[in-house]
Structures are given as C-alpha cells and as structure tokens.
Design a protein around this ligand. Structure first.
Ligand SMILES: NC(=O)c1ccc[n+]([C@@H]2O[C@H](COP(=O)([O-])OP(=O)(O)OC[C@H]3O[C@@H](n4cnc5c(N)ncnc54)[C@H](OP(=O)(O)O)[C@@H]3O)[C@@H](O)[C@H]2O)c1
Length: 289
C-alpha cells in the first residue's frame, strides 16, 4: 500500500486520511499540523500516522496531501521542493477548490495535482458517513490524476476531470449554489422579519417550499422550476415588492433587483414574452428610489 503524509490534517485532511486508512487504500504515515497536540489528535482520529514536530522531521512518502489553509499551500510547496523529501516519482496534491495545481509548480519534476471534493467537511465524524457519492474535481499531471482518481473512487468519490484554466469558474459554480443559497435564505428571513414574522415561524414556513424548489430544480432543471411573479410577467407585483423592500432596507431591495434581472433572463427561456421581459428589465434596472 502506498504511503501518505499530510501537512495540515484539519477537517478535510483527517477525514480523507481516515477513509483511506480504514479502506486499505493509502497508509497514513506522518502528519504535520501547526501544533503537535493537534497533529496527535488527528493521528488518533485517523487511527494511524505519527505527528511530526516540523516538516523536516517527516519521512519521505509516496503521496503528500497539503491540506492546510489555501494561503499557505504555495509556501509549503516551496519548502517541500527545497527539501530532500521528494523526487520525480512523489505525488503532491492539495484539495482547494479555488486554486489549481499551478500553485505546486515549484515541486516539478514531482507529480502534482489538485483534487477538490465538493463536500462540506464541517464535522469530520459526519463526513465519514456522508462522503460516498461526493464529486471530486481533479486536474494536474495525467499520472497524478490517475492515481488520485483511483484513491478517491475507492472511498466513493465520483471523479470529474477539469481543465486547470477552468478551476476558478468551476469553483464559482459551487460557491453560487451552496454559499449564495445560504445568503438567499438570510435575505428571505430579513424580509419576513420586516413583515413581523418571527424567525422560527419563518423557517417553518420556508422548509417545505425551499425543499420542494430544490427537488424541482434537481429533477426538472431551473427553466421548468421557476414560478412566481417574474415568471408570470406580473409587473405590478414586482413593482410593489421593489417599493416595499426599498422602504425597509436599500441593500435588500438592491439584491432583489439584481437577482430579479437574472430571473428575467431565466424566464425568457420559458414562456415570458419579450414585451414583459423588457418592462421587467426596465423596472428592475432602476436605482431604488
Ligand atoms: N472544509 C471543507 O469543507 C473543505 C471542502 C473542500 C476543500 N477544502 C480544502 O481543504 C483544505 C483544508 O481545509 P480545512 O477546512 O480542512 O481546514 P482546517 O480544518 O482549518 O484545517 C487546517 C489544518 O492545517 C493546519 N495548518 C494551518 N496552518 C499550518 C501551518 N502553518 N503549519 C502546519 N499546519 C498548519 C492546521 O493545524 P492546527 O490544527 O494545528 O491549527 C489544521 O490542522 C483547504 O485547502 C480547503 O480549501 C475544505
């Protein structure tokens, strides 16, 4: 079994380390965290691997996962490149969604890659149970891609090969769908609060309609899932809502208008007439009075 060293075994690193170790895919050998105690805790969680006090104290390994915070990945790549721990057959990878394997270029001629699991590792114990079925976007050296595809597939990952030049756009896609959805929920709650509906009641109100909308999008796609005043071309209702929101909070009204413009573009791919679309665009483009 190939050996794996982990620099930064936090939420993602220790989850993947344990999944690979438990499933006999990779053997976790050495772990380097900011504090030795944290490294020891990660080693206990994984059930393997020795905590190292420094990078220099780590032994050589077949694979290295750099899973510290994104802003430090490049610096660790430089440090590893300057050490005698790697050679042309070593595979070094990171799991950032925002960065490509380019950030590891100092390590050439070692094999380098990025492998981004589209998963929220908020609680490692839960992620151990829910990781299977996660898509993992991989790019980098072809040989590294093959090795990582096999390693992730062995723990239930669904491999998606991407071009490094598209990494930022690909990551923006996940950010819009997951992070912006959360922000949309918050904007919705602000609107309910302004209408005097308390938070818990509003969340109960939202649960079935939000779940249904998500389900519709997954099965029918966005074009067939859009309902409501913009899809119907109901200009009076949209106008009244812009006014009401502007009276409460200009930022809320601004978000409603900007997202409304995106809704119009989506509705145009359905039955919304060009005439209604033009009126809605004019209304939603106006600066809030
Ligand atoms: N969390 C997610 O849901 C998720 C999803 C997809 C991809 N990712 C990617 O996975 C990577 C790790 O994210 P994470 O959420 O797992 O981070 P995290 O939980 O904050 O863990 C980061 C780990 O890096 C260690 N570390 C930080 N700076 C260090 C340094 N200078 N020297 C040595 N160790 C250092 C920390 O050590 P200490 O414990 O000692 O502080 C910690 O164990 C990032 O590239 C992120 O973009 C994360």
């Amino acid at each position: 079994m190939q050996s794996l060293n982990i620099i930064g075994a936090g939420r993602l690193g220790k989850t993947l380390g344990r999944l690979w170790q438990e499933n006999g895919v990779l053997r976790v050998q050495s772990i380097y965290n900011r504090s030795l105690e944290s490294g020891r805790a990660a080693s206990r969680f994984i059930g393997a691997g020795n905590a190292a006090e420094s990078l220099a104290a780590m032994p050589a390994a077949d694979l290295w996962l750099i899973s510290c915070i994104d802003s430090e990945i490049g610096a660790f790549a430089q440090q590893l490149a300057a050490s005698d721990l790697i050679d042309h057959s070593t595979l070094v990878f990171h799991c950032s969604g925002a960065l490509s394997s380019e950030v590891l270029k100092a390590l050439k001629p070692a094999l380098t890659a990025s492998a981004h699991p589209v998963h929220s590792f908020a609680k490692p114990e839960t992620s151990l149970e829910t990781f299977a079925g996660t898509s993992v976007a991989i790019e980098g050296d072809p040989r590294a891609g093959q090795i990582l595809s096999a390693a992730f597939a062995a723990i239930g990952g669904e491999i998606l090969n991407i071009d490094p030049s598209n990494k930022s756009l690909y990551h923006a896609g996940s950010v819009i769908a997951s992070n912006y959805l959360t922000t949309l929920m918050d904007l919705s709650l602000q609107s309910f609060a302004a209408a005097g509906i308390e938070r818990d009641r509003a969340l109960r109100l939202l649960a079935p309609i939000v779940s249904q909308t998500l389900q519709n999008n997954m099965t029918l796609g966005p074009e067939k899932s859009l309902t409501g005043p913009i899809a119907r071309g109901d200009i009076a209702t949209v106008s009244a809502q812009v006014e009401s929101l502007a009276a409460v909070d200009s930022q809320l009204a601004l978000c409603y208008r900007h997202l409304g413009l995106a809704c119009v573009e989506l509705a145009r791919r359905g039955p919304l007439s060009d005439e209604s679309a033009a009126k809605l665009i004019e209304l939603l483009s106006e600066p809030t009075r």
